[in-house]
Ligand binder design. Structure first.
Ligand SMILES: Nc1nc2c(c(=O)[nH]1)N[C@H]1C(S)=C(S)[C@@H](COP(=O)(O)O)O[C@H]1N2
Ligand SMILES: [Mo]
Length: 545
């Protein structure tokens, strides 16, 4: 397609640019104003959050691990691109019908406002201010730019034809025409300068907003919190003084304790909740005799425990990496529930997050002796924001979606049948005990190894029951017992290694674990839905001669 320099088509092209630039200004100003709120919640973030919450169950369900990680930038990018695209449509349209300009920006502001008001992370007043400023700035920009559209583009006389700009030799030569003397080129340059400047303002405003919300009160508060506990690794068995908890020394094997920076992350939060710590309270309510609430300071002053616990996501596939082990530090649920006084009707413990996410599990599981806590620390640090700062639930033996509420805001006791938490409505099982699983970490799939001794190693977990045996099978041979690494507790995974005398050729290696009750992991293949994947993790390994 030849690129028009003048004429009606040039006018459309330039008006599109004006629309895109105006949309960029609207987006940028909206983000900047939204970032001034205490929570720093982004307007685009609120819209994305609303899309995640409104998306049909199946879509969110299949996207659970993706939504936890890679799809979030994709969603944000899509929203931005759609807004700019709407601008590209609006630009030319508003040239004919100027009233479309305020109307379109008004509708977008309304949508942003609705999403923001429904978003528990966004401050209502700030949302309205952000949406209104975005609409006014965007609409004004478009009005300004359209007044600067080159005169010939606006007049669009039929006689002026399209002049190809690119070296498009195949294209038929159109009747050569010249820009009208005195207008065209110079006007065009001025217009493009204005448009470019406007787009630049939009980008700078958006970046400033991002910087501002990143430097929120939360980050500052978190940096100054000192978790009143000793460094956790000191209490773990087999820990060299001041060092990491020791485990099996095999290259590529998951460490016994997963560092915070590489701990898997799964949640529906498009933008991280960054609570205003002064206003944050953990509330206990519902079927209890003494409802109460605690500030962050009050929570930190209570007696705490620390325990290594392996948590996993129900959407983890066989062999997947949505599982990790940390030393969690926090206040035991037993003491908090004792203080609240659970009534007989409070058979379900509902955890609610600042962003509206909910979990629910049988209250008795918090009281049966397993590790169950309101965690404030992870591996000796205050909870990192992506893992739930300021506080989250950790319950040994339960998948995260029924228990591990991050950015915890309240614990409510309800009847088992009176409430279904977030993922239950979307078709996942109401009860979520973690199934016994094992994974081969090394050798990696598809790698070639040399014949001779090969360390096949990985981790196996059955939190709450513990792991007593791991077996490895090569091709259709017998199951052979692997060596187990140090056991921190029944709540954590166990490393294992099998020293395989590898013979040249293509082999299949599979693993299965037996838990503390004596039950061996089933080889029946089941998908993660609705209550966790089963099957034996299998790797194809080529051994060189
Ligand atoms: N607020 C909130 N908490 C949440 C979730 C969420 O979407 N929102 N996801 C849960 C799920 S499905 C899992 S598996 C764990 C993951 O915890 P992590 O991200 O710290 O590994 O958090 C749980 N807590
Ligand atoms: Mo999960």
């Amino acid at each position: 397609m030849p690129r028009p320099t003048t004429g009606p088509d040039a006018g459309v092209g330039l008006a599109r640019l004006a629309g895109i630039a105006a949309a960029a200004v609207g987006l940028g100003v909206g983000e900047l104003v939204a970032a001034t709120g205490t929570t720093g919640q982004s307007l685009v973030g609120s819209v994305g959050g609303e899309i995640i919450d409104q998306a049909p169950g199946a879509l969110v369900r299949t996207g659970i691990d993706a939504l936890g990680t890679a799809d979030k930038p994709v969603l944000v990018t899509t929203i931005v691109v759609v807004c700019l695209g709407l601008g590209a449509i609006l630009g030319p349209a508003a040239r004919r019908r100027p009233w479309l300009n305020p109307l379109a920006f008004g509708v977008m502001a309304l949508l942003g406002t609705v999403a923001g008001l429904r978003d528990p992370l966004a401050d209502d007043a700030v949302t309205v201010m952000a949406a209104v400023s975005a609409a006014v700035a965007g609409s004004f920009t478009l009005w300004l730019l359209e007044r600067r559209l080159p005169a010939d583009a606006v007049a669009a006389p039929a006689a002026i034809a399209v002049v190809p700009l690119g070296a498009d030799e195949d294209a038929p030569e159109p009747a050569p025409t010249l820009p009208r003397p005195g207008v065209g080129a110079a006007d065009r340059r001025t217009f493009l300068t204005w448009t470019g400047t406007a787009a630049g303002v939009g980008v700078v405003a958006a970046l400033a907003g991002k910087a501002l919300s990143g430097r929120s009160a939360t980050s500052a508060a978190q940096a100054t919190v000192d978790i009143p506990l000793p460094a956790p690794t000191a209490t773990l068995p087999g820990t060299p003084a001041g060092g990491q908890a020791a485990g099996l020394a095999v290259d590529g094997l998951s460490p016994l304790i997963t560092p915070n920076g590489s701990f898997y992350r799964i949640d529906t939060a498009l933008t991280l909740p960054r609570p205003d710590l002064d206003g944050w309270h953990l509330r206990f309510s519902g079927e209890v005799d003494n409802p109460f609430s605690l500030s962050y300071r009050e929570l930190l002053e209570l007696p705490t425990i620390e325990a290594p616990v392996t948590i996993s996501c129900v959407s983890n596939k066989v062999g997947g990496d949505l599982v990790g082990t940390a030393v969690w530090q926090g206040v035991p649920l037993t003491s908090l529930l004792e203080r609240a006084g659970v009534k007989p009707g409070g058979t379900q413990l509902v955890g609610r997050s600042l962003d509206g996410f909910t979990v629910g599990f049988p209250t008795e599981l918090a009281l049966d002796g397993r590790t169950a806590m309101v965690a404030v620390g992870m591996n000796g640090e205050p909870l990192p924001v992506p893992h739930g700062f300021p506080a989250r639930l950790i319950v040994e033996g339960l998948y995260g979606y029924v228990s591990a509420t991050k950015w915890l805001s309240s614990i409510e006791l309800k009847g088992w049948d009176d409430f279904d938490a977030y993922w239950i409505d979307l078709g996942w099982s109401k009860e979520g005990p973690i199934k016994t699983q094992s994974r081969i970490d090394v050798p990696r799939g598809g790698t070639k190894v040399d014949a001779g001794e090969v360390a096949v190693a990985g981790v196996a977990w059955a939190p709450g029951r513990g792991i007593t045996k791991v077996e490895v099978q090569v091709d259709d041979g017998p199951w052979s017992e692997a060596e187990l690494g140090p056991g921190l507790s029944d709540a954590t995974w166990r490393q294992w290694v099998y020293r395989w005398d590898a013979t040249p050729g293509d082999h299949k290696v599979r693993v299965r674990a037996t838990d503390g009750t004596g039950e061996t992991q089933t080889g029946d293949v089941a998908p993660p839905e609705p209550d966790g994947a089963t099957g034996w993790h299998t790797r194809s390994i080529t051994v060189r001669g």
